[in-house]
Write a protein that binds this ligand. Structure first.
Ligand code: AMP
Length: 250
């Protein structure tokens, strides 16, 4: 079974994000970039399927600037077999990404496409759902367990207040939640080997996809700064402040 995994290049989650002075966007100048954490979980799951003898080949796809090759190489070092970079400078909305993934899926004919549940930069949480809809495939979103059984895949989904298990007919789309697995680190020899693995480059126009967006980014604002805390000297003082300053007690 061939597995396609979509990985996105985003700001490293350890970086304190700065907003541009004109509030038009997040400042990406000299900022460390990395693979979206939910995509790392997607790669790990695909590699585990390969180790179990279920997946025969893992193809990793990323759409973005040339530098997104780094994230593809990371996925190759973690155990993926081949990479495809859809080179595109500038923003791409989820529908464009989903259409490009559909075009790649038509060519590659995977049985399973694994994506992260959301990108930590845009927080869209929609690409996997859009891809499933465009293909007319079943989808298991927010997966915390994946079990492939013949021509079906059983996905345990994290939903509000519990878990829901669904059985999907292959081919299917899965999006990963945090508890699905703990991604491994790439060992140095694997990083070296990954440099020799095939990485194909293409463009949206070669895939027959026209990038369009129906939304405009109006403004980006950082979260409000937290006020410094204070120490209170007694329970009475604490209760007084909760009542009269924070006004959370009456
Ligand atoms: P989103 O819908 O943007 O929150 O992203 C959900 C998932 O879609 C990500 O975790 C990736 O697996 C995939 N994805 C979104 N954008 C891209 C991209 N530019 N390149 C590759 N995969 C992407």
């Amino acid at each position: 079974m061939k597995v396609l995994v979509a990985v996105k290049r985003v700001i490293d989650y350890n970086v304190k994000v700065r907003v541009k002075a004109d509030q038009s966007d997040v400042d990406l100048a000299n900022v460390k970039m990395a693979m979206n954490p939910f995509c790392e979980i997607a790669v790990e799951e695909a590699v585990r399927l390969k180790e179990k003898g279920i997946a025969s080949e893992i193809v990793v796809v990323s759409m973005g600037p040339k530098a997104a090759q780094e994230q593809i190489r990371t996925a190759l070092a973690l155990g993926a077999d081949r990479g495809v970079l859809v080179e595109h400078e500038g923003e791409m909305d989820s529908l464009t990404v989903a259409k490009a993934l559909k075009a790649i899926a038509e060519k590659e004919q995977p049985q399973l496409v694994i994506l992260g549940k959301q990108s930590i930069d845009s927080d869209n949480n929609q690409t996997g759902q859009m891809l499933a809809a465009l293909n007319g495939w079943s989808q298991g979103t927010f997966a915390s367990e994946v079990v492939v059984e013949g021509d079906k895949v059983q996905v345990t989904r994290e939903i509000d207040g519990g878990l829901r298990t669904v059985s999907l007919k292959l081919p299917a789309v899965i999006t990963t939640d945090l508890r699905l697995n703990e991604p491994r680190y790439a060992a140095l020899p694997k990083i070296m080997q990954a440099k020799r693995k095939p990485l194909e480059e293409t463009t949206l126009s070669e895939l027959g996809v026209t990038p369009k967006t129906s939304l405009t980014k109006v403004k980006v604002e950082p979260p409000a700064e937290r006020q410094a805390g204070i120490k209170v000297s007694s329970v009475e003082e604490l209760v007084d402040k909760l009542k009269n300053e924070a006004k959370v007690l009456s």
